[in-house]
Design a protein around this ligand. Structure first.
Ligand code: 5GP
Ligand code: ZN
Length: 140
């Protein structure tokens, strides 16, 4: 998807409406149209990047620096007890809109939201193999 067909770029350009709650030069935060809970926010860079790894550290910092304040506002606005920050990269991860976005999802104990967190265990030595692969990948 290119910038010209991207739904979030259209929101940034004012071509389709959105319930905006915060905006600066690099960042826009607005109400998710299909909330997992009331107050569910989306926080996006104003520049079009499909996935997080396309962004420079500075561009990521310019967006994520607002998360603590926005998280606090979400909690205050809907009396949440906590929140999840969720950021999907790639269709396999559940990303449906290919423009980087951070979800802020308010949580209360009785909300019934959750993950299939199917934690597994490494076979003997496999964790260290993976550690070495990761270290090599970081050097590339
Ligand atoms: P993803 O699955 O890509 O991580 O999340 C995309 C999110 O964008 C979904 O939660 C969906 O409800 C939201 N969304 C998709 N289209 C629009 C839209 O046009 N306006 C708003 N406000 N949210 C949208
Ligand atoms: Zn876009």
């Amino acid at each position: 998807m290119s910038e010209s067909t991207c739904v979030f770029c259209k929101i940034i350009a004012g071509e389709i409406p959105a319930l905006k709650v915060f905006e600066d030069d690099s960042t826009l935060a607005f109400v998710d149209i299909g909330p997992l809970a009331e107050g569910h926010l989306l926080v996006i860079p104003k520049e079009h990047y499909e996935v997080l790894q396309e962004m420079s550290p500075e561009a990521v910092a310019a967006v994520t620096r607002h998360l603590p304040r926005l998280g606090r506002a979400v909690m205050d606005a809907v009396s949440a007890e906590g929140y999840n920050v969720l950021q999907n990269n790639g269709r396999v991860s559940g990303q449906e809109v290919p423009h980087v976005h951070f979800h802020i999802i308010p949580r209360i104990a009785s909300d019934g939201l959750g993950y299939r967190w199917n934690a597994s265990k490494y076979e003997d030595g496999r964790d260290k193999e993976i550690q070495q692969r990761l270290i090599r990948a970081l050097q590339a």
